[in-house]
Design a protein around this ligand. Structure first.
Ligand code: SAM
Ligand code: SF4
Length: 368
């Protein structure tokens, strides 16, 4: 049967339910950090600033019909900084990454970054963005305290870019990357999701393009977080495929840098023609979330744009902090709720289990 044609009629926004109760913490040791029952402690916080975006990447959002959060549903600058402060002061958060949706669509992004940069101890602050409009914002964001940036770019071929993002805006992304460079943001990492028959054949050229510009490419395995629910385990580009596709052109040797819970496996890249003794041309990261999950060493906790804790991208429920915050909860109360939520973090995303359930929220509404 032919798949239904999207009519552009707004569909109800899909969210995951809030947990009716907090996990039982009677066995939890009285430690301040975000400990879970598998002895992992989260120190890395991802904050989604909005579910809105100016692109419509096929692996992340539907073509039309998204209903976005209203301003009063989103956390304000003060609320975001307050929750991050609770994370830093009470829960041991060391790294904060702002994401979305598209975080640059928030005009107050520099105020949020400045507020977080003023915290003690100061966390490391990074941003994941599609870079549209970055050329006019990068210097101000860097001055506010932005340390590092990841730009999503799946293709440097206009037609392919438009096919994936459903917008003819490659030139805007390239301008944004140049703006980030001029603002002194370094390193600039490029996130690319590969899809079979769409952009996978462009991988060697994309890597060459990045190496020539001193940009660090990170290839991300596509995860089942697409609004269209078309993801298939057997039809995805795996980390092994990436090695195979690059082998005729490049030699990849595991980087000696310690991984320390980072999702990317890093490789030094050399030209195959020039041989193993030739100079390293740059670094490639491969994030094999599906085929080589790193859940056992996960150090992440997440806040959605409306102020709920998600302990995993693949959680099917969340714990709201916004209502408690707006009802006057103390820092200690917020930390207690966050700790309890985290104690219930699952062992892993379970993508390989037959009973795996895709979360209701698409990636854009979780915060990638
Ligand atoms: N709009 C910003 C951007 O695109 O960088 C930030 C939000 S986006 C959701 C964050 C990251 O998630 C991007 O690098 C994007 O490529 C990645 N992403 C989105 N959907 C994905 C999926 N289904 N599987 C793997 N990565 C995905
Ligand atoms: Fe927007 Fe980023 Fe999702 Fe693309 S991946 S639709 S840029 S939120």
């Amino acid at each position: 049967m032919a798949s239904p044609v999207p009519l552009g009629i707004p569909m109800p926004r899909r969210t995951d339910p809030l947990s009716p109760s907090l996990p039982d913490t009677s066995d939890r040791p009285a430690v301040p950090g975000l400990l879970d029952t598998f002895a992992r402690t989260a120190t890395d916080l991802r904050v989604s600033l909005t579910d809105f975006c100016n692109l419509r990447c096929t692996y992340c959002m539907p073509e039309s019909g998204m209903e976005f959060l209203k301003k009063q549903q989103l956390l304000s600058v003060e609320e975001i900084v307050r929750l991050v402060r609770v994370g830093v002061e009470q829960l041991g958060i060391q790294q904060v990454r702002f994401t979305g949706g598209e975080p640059l669509t928030r005009a107050d992004l520099d105020e949020i970054i400045a507020g977080v940069a003023a915290l003690t101890p100061r966390p490391e602050i990074s941003l994941t963005t599609n870079a549209i409009g970055l050329e006019v914002r990068a210097a101000k964001l860097a001055r506010a305290g932005l340390d590092r940036i990841n730009v999503s770019l799946d293709s440097v071929v206009s037609e392919t870019f438009e096919r994936i993002t459903r917008r003819p805006l490659l030139h805007r992304v390239l301008e944004g990357i140049e703006g980030a460079r001029e603002a002194g943001l370094d390193p600039i990492k490029i996130n690319a999701v590969l899809m079979p028959g769409i952009n996978d054949h462009e991988l060697p050229d994309l890597l060459a393009w990045c190496l020539e510009r001193d940009l660090q490419l990170r290839v991300i395995e596509q995860m089942p977080l697409d609004a269209g629910r078309t993801w298939e385990r057997t039809a995805m580009v795996t980390a092994a495929d990436v090695h195979q596709m690059l082998a005729p052109h490049y030699l990849l040797t595991p980087s000696e840098e310690p991984r320390e819970g980072a999702p990317a496996e890093k490789f030094d890249v050399r030209s195959r023609a020039a041989g193993p003794d030739s100079p390293v041309l740059g670094t490639l990261g491969i994030i094999a979330s599906v085929t080589r999950p790193f859940c056992a060493d996960c150090r992440r906790t997440r806040l959605t744009a409306e102020g709920s804790v998600r302990t995993c991208l693949f959680s099917t429920s969340e714990t709201g902090l916004r209502d408690a915050l707006r009802a006057g909860a103390s820092d200690e109360d917020l930390a207690r709720i966050w700790r309890a939520a985290h104690w219930g973090k699952a062992a892993g995303h379970g993508m390989d289990r037959p009973d795996f359930t895709q979360p209701e929220r698409p990636m854009s509404a979780i915060g990638g």
